[in-house]
Design a protein around this ligand. Structure first.
Ligand SMILES: [Fe+2]
Length: 281
C-alpha cells in the first residue's frame, strides 16, 4: 500500500479538494510560514520525486472515506484498539497520508481532534509539549478551534526542556494528550506517515466549550470563566456552538487560501512559483 508505485497511484486518484501540498522550511526559524501549492493534474511519480529531493509536504486527506483499502484499515485499527480499551467510543475517524521531504520542519501547533501518527517509511522526531497556559494560552487554543491562523501559537526554544521527544521509526505510532502542542523534524530521508484523527466524547465536549468561549471572547469581549467539559454550562455551550456554526461565525474567522507554486521535480526545492491564485476547491 505504501510503495512508491502505490503512492503515485494514490496521489493521482485522490480528489483535488482533499489533496494538499505545502512548501516547508528546513529550519526552526523559517517554520512559521508555510505556503500552499497546486497539486492538480501532476503525475504521481513526479510528485514523489519532487518530495524526495525538495522541501515539500503532501497531504492526502480522509483516505478512509474514498479508498476501500484504507477504509478496511480504519476498521481493523479501531477493532484492535477496542480490544485493548473496553468501552472506547470513536467517531469521525479520518486517516490521512503524509508524504514529506527530508529534514523539513513542521512548526509548533495544536490540533482539534485526537491524533495518532503512524510512521511507515523514513523517520522523524516528534516534540510534544504540555497542555498548559505557558505552552498554549486559552486564547490561542480558542483560535485553533475557530480555525484562525496557526501562527497565533507562540513558540520559544526554551519550551523544549519540557517536551517529550519521540524518535519515530517505521512501525511505531505516537499519540499525545488532546490539544497538546507539537512540532516535527524529519530525518534526512523521505518520510511516509499516516495520521489518524478522531473524536470521542471528551474531544467533542472540548470542541463545544472552546469554540463557544472563543466566539464569546472575540465577539462580545468576554473572557471565558470555565473550560469544564461536563455539567449544564458545557451543555449550554454545546448548543450555542451548533448555533454559532449555523450562523456561519466560524467562516468569518477563517482565512482565504492561496496557491503560490506548482510541483517541479527539476527544481532544487521541488517546486516553482506561479502567480498566486485563490484556492476555491
Ligand atoms: Fe498536528
Amino acid at each position: 500500500m505504501f510503495s512508491d508505485a502505490a503512492l503515485a497511484k494514490l496521489i493521482e486518484k485522490h480528489p483535488d479538494e482533499l489533496s494538499m501540498v505545502y512548501a516547508m522550511p528546513t529550519d526552526v526559524a523559517g517554520a512559521k510560514h508555510f505556503r500552499e501549492g497546486d497539486l492538480r493534474g501532476v503525475d504521481g511519480k513526479e510528485v514523489i520525486d519532487a518530495v524526495r529531493n525538495g522541501q515539500l509536504w503532501v497531504q492526502l486527506l480522509r483516505l478512509n472515506k474514498v479508498n476501500p483499502e484504507f477504509s478496511a484499515l480504519e476498521k481493523q485499527i479501531i477493532a484492535e484498539l477496542k480490544q485493548h480499551v473496553p468501552g472506547l467510543k470513536i467517531f469521525g475517524c479520518r486517516l490521512s497520508l503524509l508524504i514529506s521531504s527530508p529534514s523539513i520542519h513542521v512548526s509548533y501547533h495544536a490540533d482539534i481532534p485526537r491524533n495518532a501518527l503512524w510512521q511507515i517509511r523514513g523517520g522523524k522526531k516528534v516534540y510534544v509539549y504540555p497542555v498548559e497556559e505557558k505552552f498554549i494560552s486559552e486564547e490561542a487554543l480558542e483560535g485553533v478551534y475557530l480555525g484562525e491562523t496557526q501562527e497565533a501559537i507562540h513558540y520559544e526554544p526554551e519550551f523544549d526542556t519540557a517536551a517529550s521527544v519521540v524518535d519515530l521509526r517505521p512501525g511505531m505510532v505516537v499519540t499525545w494528550p488532546i490539544n497538546g502542542p507539537h512540532r516535527i523534524v524529519n530525518d534526512p530521508e523521505l518520510s511516509v506517515s499516516m495520521v489518524m484523527e478522531y473524536f470521542e466524547p471528551i474531544a467533542w465536549f472540548r470542541y463545544a466549550v472552546y469554540y463557544t468561549n472563543g466566539v464569546m471572547r472575540r465577539r462580545f469581549g468576554r473572557a471565558a470563566k470555565s473550560t469544564r467539559t461536563s455539567g449544564p454550562v458545557m451543555w449550554g455551550k454545546a448548543l450555542s456552538s451548533v448555533v454559532f456554526k449555523l450562523l456561519g461565525v466560524r467562516k468569518q474567522h477563517r482565512h482565504t487560501r492561496y496557491l503560490t507554486f506548482r510541483i517541479d521535480p527539476g527544481s532544487q526545492t521541488g517546486y516553482s512559483e506561479i502567480p498566486k491564485i485563490v484556492r476555491d476547491f
